[in-house]
Write a protein that binds this ligand. Structure first.
Ligand SMILES: Cc1cc2nc3c(=O)[nH]c(=O)nc-3n(C[C@H](O)[C@H](O)[C@H](O)COP(=O)(O)OP(=O)(O)OC[C@H]3O[C@@H](n4cnc5c(N)ncnc54)[C@H](O)[C@@H]3O)c2cc1C
Length: 290
């Protein structure tokens, strides 16, 4: 939900905040942030979902996919372009209820991890929304989306810390219980070093993530540090959970213990809200600009 609330907090007007954020505090409500399309993921500016203005209304056509809460959200924050040739300058941001005529949606099945979360595709066919659905200013949607990610990437760092800490906790417990060659596997330096590396990385993840969150809270520029927090935490959690499966041996590969799930859940952190490669694109762009 949080991802969908951010563009409204960043650029929405009081009426939009009252209507949409108000719903979230009144009752159990789902919302979704829909930017990704079948043909445009990392390259957001290549999106095809189009809008045009007719009198006091906007008309939307296009498809979004891989959208968290996509098949069940009560309202959507959606990005669309007035003219694909304008690239990022043509993109605007809209908020509207999912009950608007012309919207169909499906749950997407077959995910590797994070299976308790809904992932959906949304089809917009001549969806008519009032002019008041525009969030912020026309043509500034790309800017709001990027500002959203500056805020949300530390949250991915926080999810990563939770997954990684659980993996280490499970390893500490199991390595003392499991014996090989007449002694607990925790006595083997090879096992100890994997757990020591996990602890080092988790502490570094915490510090980066807290710093990024602190800068965001202070309203300071957090583009680079948010990307550090997300890239480092996602990549470290992938390493940590893979090593956790290793420490559990064959049992780790089976569903009897939670570490295989942690490993599957970790993978997505390197993909959504900008892949680990895209975080490095952001970081390198900022480094070269200085
Ligand atoms: C479970 C799930 C939930 C999601 N939730 C949401 C959501 O709520 N809302 C939403 O809008 N989207 C969501 N997404 C979409 C997600 O953000 C995209 O999948 C992601 O941004 C990558 O886009 P893509 O899948 O099109 O991959 P592509 O952009 O096709 O990338 C393919 C590969 O190329 C690499 N690559 C691309 N460009 C570059 C470059 N310039 N330099 C180096 N490498 C590059 C990528 O890193 C990746 O390894 C979700 C995805 C999943 C799987």
């Amino acid at each position: 939900n949080d991802l969908a609330t951010l563009p409204i907090l960043i650029a929405g007007n009081d009426e939009q905040k009252r209507t949409y954020l108000g719903q979230l505090v009144k009752k159990l409500t789902f919302c979704a942030f829909a930017i990704t399309e079948p043909g445009a993921g990392s390259d957001v500016a290549a999106m095809s979902t189009a809008y045009r203005r007719e009198g006091d209304e906007f008309i939307l056509n296009g498809t979004k996919h891989f959208i968290s809460n996509g098949s069940r959200a009560d309202w959507y924050v959606t990005f669309a372009t007035s003219d694909k040739r304008l690239k990022h300058k043509g993109i605007s941001c809209f908020v509207f209820p999912s009950s608007v005529p012309g919207i169909t949606r499906n749950r997407m099945h077959g995910k590797l991890g994070q299976r308790a979360a809904d992932t959906g595709e949304i089809f917009y066919e001549d969806v008519r929304i009032p002019a008041s659905a525009l969030v912020g200013r026309e043509g500034e949607g790309f800017k709001y989306a990027m500002a959203t990610f500056d805020h949300s990437r530390p949250e991915i760092g926080a999810i990563a810390i939770g997954i990684a800490q659980r993996a280490l906790d499970e390893c500490l417990k199991y390595s003392k219980q499991r014996s090989a060659f007449g002694q607990p596997i925790a006595n083997f330096q090879a096992i100890q070093f994997m757990m020591a590396d996990m602890a080092i990385e988790i502490e570094a993840m915490r510090l980066l993530t807290y710093k990024a969150a602190w800068l965001v809270d202070r309203g300071q520029h957090a583009n680079t540090i948010s990307a550090y927090a997300k890239a480092f935490s996602a990549d470290a959690t992938m390493r940590i959970t893979t090593d956790a499966v290793q420490i559990f041996g064959g049992y780790g590969y089976m569903k009897d213990y939670p570490v295989e799930k942690l490993m599957r859940d970790a993978k997505l952190l390197q993909i959504y809200e900008g892949t680990s490669q895209i975080q490095r694109v952001v970081i390198a762009r900022n480094l070269l600009k200085e």
